[in-house]
Structure formats: structure tokens, C-alpha cells
Design a protein around this ligand. Structure first.
Ligand code: NDP
Ligand code: AKG
Length: 481
């Protein structure tokens, strides 16, 4: 009989009446496990447990919280190989990518263990004589988290770690498609010595468990990562609730990579191929729009195709695989649909875009490169979220920058150039939250702020010390001396 992985509610592993099968996208005959499908009642119990745990947890010392986060970090890092294998098996990114993501989760917990000890306030003189002013940060309360399938351990990690570090209690609903890595992470943190009820996991559907989390009156804040459409629903529900909830939304991207005539061709191709296709292009930071100036355009396209020919698309767990499968049938259908739409609009498919057969039944697709595209086409404006990139020709740097900024998104942007002048100008004038020079738009550091502008993000930044803007609330206290 397959093991059923249960929800964690009030420190107890509790099974719901229903479970769903977590399927390996590299081999759909392989069932990773059965995971409980939570109900609204489970969610309500989890929030009640978090509420009961909050008074004591919010008063723990920084040392107590440090020790739990550090212990969790140690176990994640010690088990990065098996956590990475689980991640690759359920989500489809390659094993080195899976191990890399598990390592990143461990490093995030180590960073926020340190942040427990670094939280500080300010004492400043009042404008009135004999009065002192103190500015301190307090935990927000109960944080609801809704996470997507594409970074199944890092995203839960970079939400849970700061929440706990700053004294909050948590109820997390991971993506229904890929709950295994979040389950393993929660298990590790709980065993690191967390008091019962501080961290609760309720797996299940967004429309059921997620919606109930958004509507629960005892939840103070929601941190969400996922699509723009769902993000908007999250925002509306949080503003409609009484009291209103604090929100942090990380959503889509249509990230440009500008390649200038003076770029080092080898660096530009490697940067583009990595940013566009690694992790099967399933990154909100993926370089899906390649904006290339005229003098290098044809050489760039030719070299990119040559590089793509060498990419091995296969089972995520096989050694030598560069690109794993797409996460599921519906994402695969979406990728193929966008390739067809682009061709209908006049784009030329110069490499890939077809389904691939491998030893095992899986969602394999050859990464696709489209040329002769304009920034007005749907392929340039809508997030595909797969191994699909299009090349847009630009006359010069000024036109390339204008195209890069002409999007409703603003998560990441990159430029490949050997010109300090253009690199500096791009860093200052790109309308994105994260800007890269001669580096892929995807694959960021874990200790600095992550987030975007325009339609990509809403609310305070995630990660690094800036995470405290969301996970703490500021208090100003006045004292007559
Ligand atoms: N920017 C980013 O980092 C990401 C962007 N995306 C984009 O989103 C698209 C779809 O991916 P998907 O994961 O389905 O994204 P969704 O936005 O649909 O899902 C993200 C999370 O929100 C939950 N959710 C869905 N509906 C609701 C609701 N009504 N109330 C509360 N929670 C809800 C989902 O639950 P459930 O598990 O039931 O689906 C999941 O946990 C991708 O193709 C891509 O374009 C996806 C992942 C990450
Ligand atoms: O590019 C990265 O390192 C992170 C990407 C990410 O968070 C996402 O795709 O959701």
C-alpha cells in the first residue's frame, strides 16, 4: 500500500478523507506518493492551532528561534541529495538543479537563523523636550502562504524561514501538483524542535484550502507566489476581508535579455540558453524575450541553435540530462499552444518546439526558439512558463531598451554587452526589480531582495534582510523621561 503523507496541524500529522497522487513528470507510471487533500475544516483547525501557539512563540528569545532554524538548515544541507532527488522526481528539474534548490533552501534557513540575532530597533530623540522615541519591529501574527509548483522547496523555504525568524506562526498551502518537497521541509522544521502549532501544513486545492485561507479572519497576512490571475484574486480577497490582510505577491514575468553588437558572443549565447531553457524554462525569471541588435543578430541566432542542438532533454534523474520534462500535460499543452500562436502571427520556428519520446512516458519537449518576432506578438507579451523563447530584432541599444521596458511585467531584465556605458545605463533605466549584466536573468542569490515591478510583484520584497518589511510590523513608542 502506498504511504499517505498527511497534513501537519497543531503539531500532529493528520490525514484527510481524500488523497491525491503525486506523479513523476519524467515517468508518469511512477507515483511519488499519495498526499492528503485537506478540507476547509482542516484549514480552520490549522489556523486555530497557529492562533493558540502565537502568544508563546512570539515571545521566544532570538536564541531559541536561532537554534531551531539552524538545526533545520543543518538537516536540509545534510540531506540535500535525497531532498534534491525527491524534488527532481516530482517537479522534473534535473537532479543537479534539484540538489541546487535543496541546498538553496538550507542556505536560506542558515541566513534567517542569523537574522533572528540581528533584528534591531531604533532609539531616536523626539522633537519634544524630555521625550524619547523607540521604533521596534514585532511579528505580524499568523501568516498564510500559498506556493507554486516550480520551486517546491526554495519558495516555501524563503517564506517560512523569515516568518519563523521574526516570531510569526504559519499555515502553508503548497501547490497541489507538487506537495512532496514542502511536506519534507515542514517535517524537518517540525523535528528541529518547533513548538506545536507554530508551523502548519494543509495540502490540497487552491480553490478549497487556499480560498479558505484567504478568507479566514484570524490570518493577518498572505504571502503568495504564482500566476497573475490568481495573484489578483488573492489581493481582492485580502482587501475584502475584515480586517484587511497584509499581502505580498510574486507573480509572472516576460523577462528581456538584451544582446548588443559588442557582446561577447559565447557569453551571450550561454546566458540566453541558461536563462531561457534551464529548469525547462519554468521560472518566473526566465529570459523569454531575447532582444538582439542588428549587427550580431544572425550570428547570435546561429550560435544559439548550435548550443540548443547539444541540449539533452530526458528523464530528470538521468545523469547527463540538461533539460527535464515539462511539469504536466496542461503546461505542455500551453507551451505547444504558444509556439503555434507565434507561428500563426508570423514567427519562424528555427529550432525545437516538438514533442519527444523517451524510454519512459513523460512530458518531454524540445526547447523552442522563434525568430522574426515583434514585441507586439502574443509570444512577446504573455508568460508561457516553458522552454520557449523568441528573438526580437532591434536597431540599436536605445530601441532594445525601449522594447525591454515595453511590457506589463517587470521582474528581471538582463543585458549582454562589453560596454560599461550601456551596462550602467541599462541598470539605471531598466523597469525591472532585478537587473543582470552578462548573467542569466534567472538563478539569483538567496541573501538579497527578490521581486519585481509593474504586474510582476505587489507588496514588500522577499528574501534577504528586506524580508522583515513583510514579516514584521513597526511600532513607535513615546516615553516621557
Ligand atoms: N511567478 C512565478 O513564480 C510563478 C508563475 N506561475 C504562472 O502561473 C501559471 C500556472 O501555474 P500554477 O501553479 O497553476 O499557478 P496558480 O497561480 O494557479 O497557483 C499558485 C498557487 O495558488 C493556488 N491557488 C489557485 N487558485 C487559488 C485560489 N482561488 N485561492 C487561493 N489559492 C489558489 C494554487 O493551488 P493549486 O495547487 O490547487 O493549483 C497554487 O498553490 C504558470 O503557467 C505560470 O505562468 C506559476 C508558478 C510560479
Ligand atoms: O530565478 C530564480 O532563482 C528564482 C525564480 C523563482 O523564484 C520562480 O521562478 O518562481
Amino acid at each position: 500500500m502506498t504511504e499517505i503523507f498527511k497534513n501537519l496541524i497543531g503539531g500532529e500529522w493528520a490525514g484527510g478523507a481524500k488523497a491525491s497522487r503525486n506523479i513523476n513528470p519524467s515517468n508518469t507510471n511512477d507515483v511519488v506518493g499519495e498526499y492528503t487533500q485537506g478540507s476547509v475544516e482542516d484549514l480552520n483547525n490549522a489556523v486555530a492551532a497557529a492562533k493558540a501557539a502565537f502568544p508563546a512563540w512570539s515571545r521566544t528569545t532570538p536564541q531559541e528561534r536561532y537554534e531551531i532554524l539552524k538545526k533545520a538548515s543543518d538537516e536540509i544541507l545534510a540531506r540535500k541529495e535525497d531532498l534534491g532527488r525527491l524534488l527532481s522526481r516530482e517537479e522534473g528539474k534535473t537532479l543537479p538543479e534539484g540538489i541546487g534548490e535543496a541546498t538553496r533552501a538550507g542556505q536560506i534557513f542558515a541566513f534567517f537563523a542569523g537574522e533572528c540575532l540581528r533584528l534591531a530597533g531604533e532609539a531616536i530623540p523626539s522633537v519634544r523636550p524630555g521625550v524619547g522615541v523607540e521604533i521596534t519591529r514585532e511579528p505580524v501574527g499568523i501568516i498564510g502562504m500559498i506556493t507554486p509548483w516550480n520551486f517546491p522547496i526554495a519558495i516555501p523555504g524563503w517564506k517560512i524561514a523569515p516568518a519563523l525568524a521574526y516570531g510569526n506562526c504559519v499555515v502553508i498551502k503548497p501547490a497541489d501538483l507538487v506537495p512532496g518537497s514542502a511536506w519534507a521541509l515542514v517535517d524537518i522544521i517540525q523535528r528541529a524542535g518547533l513548538p506545536k502549532g507554530v508551523l502548519n501544513l494543509v495540502m490540497g486545492r487552491g480553490s478549497v484550502v487556499g480560498q479558505a485561507l484567504l478568507e479566514h479572519k484570524d490570518v493577518h497576512a498572505i504571502s503568495f507566489t504564482g500566476s497573475v490571475g490568481t495573484g489578483r484574486k488573492v489581493a481582492e480577497a485580502c482587501i475584502a476581508s475584515n480586517p484587511m490582510k497584509k499581502i505580498q505577491l510574486e507573480m509572472g514575468g516576460k523577462n528581456p535579455l538584451v544582446v548588443l553588437d559588442d557582446a561577447d558572443l559565447k557569453i551571450a549565447v550561454e546566458t540566453a540558453v541558461n536563462g531561457a531553457f534551464f529548469s525547462t524554462g519554468q521560472r518566473c525569471t526566465a529570459s523569454s524575450r531575447l532582444i538582439v541588435t542588428e549587427g550580431i543578430h544572425d550570428r547570435f541566432v546561429e550560435a544559439a541553435i548550435e548550443r540548443m542542438k547539444g541540449l539533452v532533454v530526458d528523464d530528470a534523474l538521468k545523469s547527463g540530462t540538461h533539460i527535464g520534462p515539462v511539469v504536466d500535460q496542461s503546461q505542455l499543452d500551453q507551451n505547444l499552444k504558444y509556439v503555434a500562436i507565434a507561428k500563426d502571427e508570423g514567427a519562424k520556428l528555427v529550432w525545437g518546439g516538438e514533442l519527444l519520446n523517451r524510454e519512459t512516458p513523460g512530458f518531454y519537449m524540445q526547447p523552442a526558439l522563434l525568430t522574426e518576432t515583434t514585441n507586439a506578438m502574443r509570444i512577446s507579451r504573455e508568460e508561457v512558463f516553458g522552454p520557449v523563447a523568441n528573438v526580437i530584432r532591434a536597431k540599436n541599444y536605445d530601441e532594445a531598451l525601449a522594447i525591454a521596458n515595453d511590457t506589463e511585467f517587470g521582474l528581471a531584465a538582463g543585458i549582454c554587452t562589453t560596454s560599461l556605458k550601456h551596462a550602467t545605463h541599462f541598470k539605471r533605466n531598466s523597469e525591472a526589480g532585478m537587473v543582470m549584466v552578462n548573467l542569466p536573468t534567472a538563478g539569483v542569490d538567496y541573501h538579497v531582495p527578490f521581486g519585481g515591478r509593474k504586474g510582476s510583484s505587489y507588496g514588500p520584497r522577499e528574501q534577504g534582510a528586506y524580508a522583515k518589511e513583510f514579516y514584521t510590523t513597526v511600532k513607535t513608542a513615546y516615553t516621557l523621561a
